[in-house]
Every structure is written in C-alpha cells, then in structure tokens.
Design a protein around this ligand. Structure first.
Ligand code: SF4
Length: 350
C-alpha cells in the first residue's frame, strides 16, 4: 500500500491559529482473510483550528467514517493505521486505549453521534444521563450538580422542562439536542460529528447544523463527516472531498459552493448531482477499496481522464488531479510518488 511521507502534504487552515487537530498522512487499512488488505483511508492530511468547521464529504463507503473512528481509537481489531493525528501533544493513532478512554473521548473530543436516540441510554432520563456525564467528566460537586445539569441542557438548547423525559419520549430534534448536550459536557476543544443529520427532515437538519455552528462560533473546532452537501454548505468553513479513501480536494467552502466552484472532476460531479443543481448523477460506481487501481481511482468515471491518469495524482495546491478541467491539460505533469511506507505494527487498531 502506498503512503506518502508526513511532510508531503500539509493542508493549511484558513484561520491563522495553531490547529486543535493536525492530521498528517493518516492511512487505515483492514487485514482481510487470505492476506488481502482493504485500503479504507490513504494519506489524509489536514489541520483544524479552533472556531472552524471542516466538513469531510463524499459518497458512502469512501472512508469518512473510518477516518473518524481512527481519531477516536474505535477501529476494529483487524485495522492497521499509519501517519499521525495530533490533538495537542497526543498522537491519537499511537495512544493506548486507557489514555483515549480516560483523557480523550468526551474530555478532549466530544462526539455528536449519527443516531442520537440509539446513543442515549433508553432506561434513563436525559437529566440523569447529563448528571452522570457531568460527574464523570467534570467532577462537579454534588451540591452544584443540578445547576450544572441545567447549564448543560441550556448550552445545547435542550428545554429544561424535558430533562425528566426518557429518550423514547423525545422527538428527533430533541434527541439530537440531548446528544449534543452530552457531547459538550466535557467542554472538549474538538467536536466530531459523524453524519449528524442522517434521517432528519430538512427543517431539523437546519436546526441541527445551526446548533453545531453556534458551538463553532464559541471557539470549538468541528470536524463534520457528512454526505449531506446542503448541510455542509450551511455550516462549513472548509470542505474536504474524499474519494476511494483519499482526500482529493480541499477548499474554502464559499468558493467551493459558489464561484469558482469545485476544481476536482469528482467534486464537480458531486455538486452537479444535487437536485437543486443539474441533477446529473456521476456515471459508474466507486471502485472497491480492496481492489483499487494503481492510478487515479476516479479515472473510470472521469470525462477528463488521459493516459497520465494511470499514475496516482499527488495532492498539491488543494487538489489531487493531473488535469483539473479549468486549469489546462498541461497544468500538472504527473509526478512519481515517493516509495510506499510500511504500516507500523504498533499502530494496529485495538
Ligand atoms: S487525475 Fe485524471 S482521471 Fe483523475 S480526476 Fe484528474 S483528470 Fe480525472
């Protein structure tokens, strides 16, 4: 499997502040029966500073959620990782489970889950769950606990009159707010939202992303994993487009969704497929992650593919493409990538 050295790709944020999260050349592969490997994520690199939302977008199965699981140390046992993911001075890929459980999950990374109702404990009220999480993460004194529960609910706009309700008594929107309230309890500098709008109607999508945006504006960094481009447009400062396990474009959200628009042919196809745009689907299907081509993984679906695309395009200047459509056919001469790096065994998933 090919991975590039950590110095090869550095995707700088818009804001000129130290990143909360610095991901360098992160790769994840799964060992399968018969000695096969599935390359779920390859060479992902980006920075995420406080007060910024980066939306990681792409079709289902492109590796987005695997990347999120790698950051949380929640990969299955047959996973191997390479690269670095620095949260302050902690490398999330190298940290042991005890460190991740005691000092990272909840405290330094707040998880806004995909299915809030499933994430909440069904037999306990929202108030009880907030109280327990507050005790565990903040060590708040018993005398101050009620006040802290009310403050935690209000921070996520969860109505305090509903704190004595069980999860099954909540609407989808209220369950989402309860899950967000729990994610914020530890005041983690980084929020990770994995498909937070899945299954919600458009009105709830808007309310959910606006809620998350408020927390970004208060100084949290937010990595939102989503296939919902409308939600990404509403909330994100920057967009990272993933295809077949690789980030193929990283752009400022305003120019991505507005003018001049996406640069990578796949990213253009994603936007063109939206009903409110051209409603033209991208032809063909993504390749199997266990059977990726040597060259550009999008070549079989790309109208701009040429012979040079048989070589893997290097990520440079915000895009991984030999021939970005509007930049001239000779804009980028294909460059050979550095030699592959092995996966260190000590980074094997728990
Ligand atoms: S590298 Fe070639 S095949 Fe891949 S997206 Fe660019 S033009 Fe298309």
């Amino acid at each position: 499997m090919s991975t590039r050295p950590a110095e090869a790709v550095v995707i700088a944020p818009v804001a000129d502040t130290a990143p909360v999260l610095a991901v360098r050349d992160l790769s994840v592969r799964f060992r399968m029966r018969g000695g096969r490997h599935v390359a779920a994520v390859t060479g992902a690199s980006f920075d995420l500073p406080a007060g910024e939302c980066l939306a990681l977008v792409g079709e289902s199965g492109c590796g987005k959620s695997v990347l999120a699981s790698a950051l949380l140390g929640l990969l299955p046992g047959n996973a191997q990782t390479a690269g670095r993911a620095l949260l302050g001075d902690t490398d999330l890929l190298a940290a042991d489970e005890k460190t991740l459980a005691r000092t990272v999950r909840g405290r330094r990374i707040g998880l806004v889950p995909q299915s809030p109702a499933a994430h909440l404990t069904p037999v306990r009220t929202v108030g009880d769950q907030l109280a327990e999480t507050l005790r565990e993460l903040t060590g708040v004194r018993k005398a101050d606990l009620n006040k802290a529960v009310l403050a935690a609910a209000e921070r996520a706009s969860f109505p305090v009159g509903h704190l004595d309700r069980y999860p099954h008594e909540l609407s989808g929107g209220l369950a989402q707010r309860a899950a967000t309230a729990l994610a914020l309890v530890g005041d983690a500098p980084l929020l990770l939202a994995d498909e937070p709008t899945t299954g919600l109607d458009r009105d709830l999508v808007h309310r959910t992303v606006d809620e998350l945006r408020r927390h970004v504006d208060k100084g949290h960094a937010l990595l939102m994993i989503t296939h919902d481009l409308a939600a990404a447009e509403r909330i994100a400062d920057r967009i990272a487009v993933m295809y077949a396990g690789r980030i193929v474009e990283l752009a400022d959200a305003k120019s991505f969704f507005g003018t001049p628009g996406p640069r990578h042919p796949y990213a253009r196809g994603l936007l063109a497929a939206l009903p409110e745009r051209d409603f033209t689907p991208i032809p063909g299907m993504p390749p199997e992650l266990g059977d990726l081509p040597q060259g550009c993984a999008f070549a079989a679906r790309c109208a701009h593919a040429a012979e040079a695309c048989d070589a893997q395009p290097e990520f440079a200047d915000g895009i991984a493409c030999h021939y970005p459509p509007d930049e001239g056919a000779s804009a980028r001469a294909p460059q050979p990538l550095p030699a592959p790096q092995p996966f260190p065994e000590e980074h094997t998933g728990a």
